[in-house]
Structures are given as C-alpha cells and as structure tokens.
Design a protein around this ligand. Sequence first.
Ligand code: AVJ
Length: 316
Amino acid sequence: MNAKSLPMPSIADDVEAGLLASPKTLPPRLFYDARGSELFEQITTLPEYYLTLIERQILERHAAEIIEAAGPDLRVVELGAGSAVKTVILLRQLARQQGSAIFYPVDVSSAALEDASERLPREIPGIELHPLIADYTRGLPFLQAIRGRKLILYIGSSIGNFEPLEDSAILAHIRASMSPGDAILLGTDMRKSPDLLLPAYDDSRGVTAEFNKNILVRINRELGGDFNLNYFAHRAVWNSVLSRVEMHLESRVSQRVNIRELAMSVPFDRGETTHTENSYKFTPAMIGSIASNAGLTQERIWSDSQEWFTVHLLRA
Ligand code: AVJ
C-alpha cells in the first residue's frame, strides 16, 4: 500500500493524560491497532450489533438515489474508513452511474487501510485509490486539493464517539475544506430502548469485552504496562440524560498497575472505572442542530422502517 500519513497524537500522551485524570479515561481511538480493528470487524457481524446490518440495508436500498442526490462528477472521501466494507455498495453504484470510482479512504489504522487497498481493486475493477493515514477530527486540508465534486462519507455512527458540540466542531472543520456543492453523507444510530442498545455493547460472546480490554493489551505491549486482564471487567452503561451508551473498564480489585515507559505506577480502587468510550444515540433534532451549527444544510434523510438508524445528506 502506498498510503500518505499525517502526524497523530502519540499513545504515550493519551495514556498518561487519561490515567492521571479523575475519573480515569482512555480515548476510543486507542482501540484501533491491528487486533482492535479486527475485533471491531467481528463486532459488526454479531447479531446484537444491529448498527452495521441496518446501515448496510439502507445503503443497499437507496444507493442509486444517494449517488444521484450527491451530484455528478463525484470523488468519494471516507472518514474513519476502516476496511470500507459497506462503502463498496456506494462505490459500485458510483462506478455504474458515473463510469469510474475515485476513492480517498482516511483512517488512523494503517492495518485497516491495507486491508481495504488489497480488497477494493478486486471488488471494483478500475477503482482509483488514495489511502491516507490520519486523524480527521481537526480537519483535512488535503480535501481542498481534490478536483471535482466531493462526497464525504462519515458513516457507521462514528460521529457518536464525540460530544455533540465536538461533532459540530468536527463537521465545521471538514466543511472549511469543502467547496460549495460538496456533501457529507452522515450515518447515525438513533435513540431507542436500552434493551436493544445495551446488548449491542455487551454481546453474549464477549467480543466487545475483548475489544474494550484490547486497550490494556496495547498499553502492555507498546508502553511496557503490566495490566492483568483478569482484574478488569467490561461494563456497558446506558446514560439516558446524555443519550449515550458508555463503555468502562472496572477494576475488580484494589491494585497498582505499572507502565514502564511512562515511569508510572497507577492505583486503581476496587470498583473504580476507566471510561473508554461514548456512543451517542441521536434524535432527528440532535442531528439537525449539529448540522446547522456546522453550517451544513440537511438535504435528505434515509432510514429503515423502524428508524433505528438514519443516513443524512448534508450540503455545504
Ligand atoms: C465504530 C464508534 C461506531 O460506537 O458503536 C462498537 C465502536 N464500540 N462496539 C460504536 C464500538 C463498541 C462503534 N463505532
């Protein structure tokens, strides 16, 4: 793979700041090393994790309409592309409708981009690929250099990892590099009963638990930590006031964990939790205000019949 790469915050800074904070936190971008990206792909195939399946159905059902609505002469950019499995649906339709597919996948995980770069040319012959390893949350000035009209995919409810005000800031940063007529296709998971939400983040096979604990595995390997995975438990909690599912790692015992490369010895109380992720669940009104705060117009909405998930076309 011939990927370009932009500088990213180091795992050392993230871990040091997060474990000194009170309550302790670790940012969800740390999930996505090679193993974490693989575990996330597994999560997307779990029966409890309805998000991927339903979003794929929406994209399949409406692909022609989505490409048509986005406009002619499209270049597709994807923020947090991962291995871009669902994106194939839109890229295929694009090749069919406009004769070619030009694709710029952006992700923090080089492993996921490798996988995409290997698979996509086989699935869509003639595709033109420009992978970029980067954290897109502070904007992507390279977007301005792309010729033609851009459709920027921000799907999979990735935006749900951030606070609503951060969402507006991220979209405003992206918008600053968009030209008039460019659009964002935003996929968001909707608010629903915790009886449906919680199993999606605490599956019966324990894949999500392993995904959550992979942050500790990564600290052990990359920073010389001595986390014992048996002394931490995966927790998923529905926070109704803030409309989000939270993931935490709960210390089962009172313990100290050493992290050699940070010269840290971190105390954990029994029952103390380290907050690793928020997955916001949206209402149409939340999405409307996030978009308008970012100066984007909500042009179209596609959804499944139960309105569990929605896909929005936001125009610059
Ligand atoms: C990739 C951020 C959309 O929040 O649902 C899956 C990540 N975390 N299971 C989500 C995730 C736990 C996922 N996103």
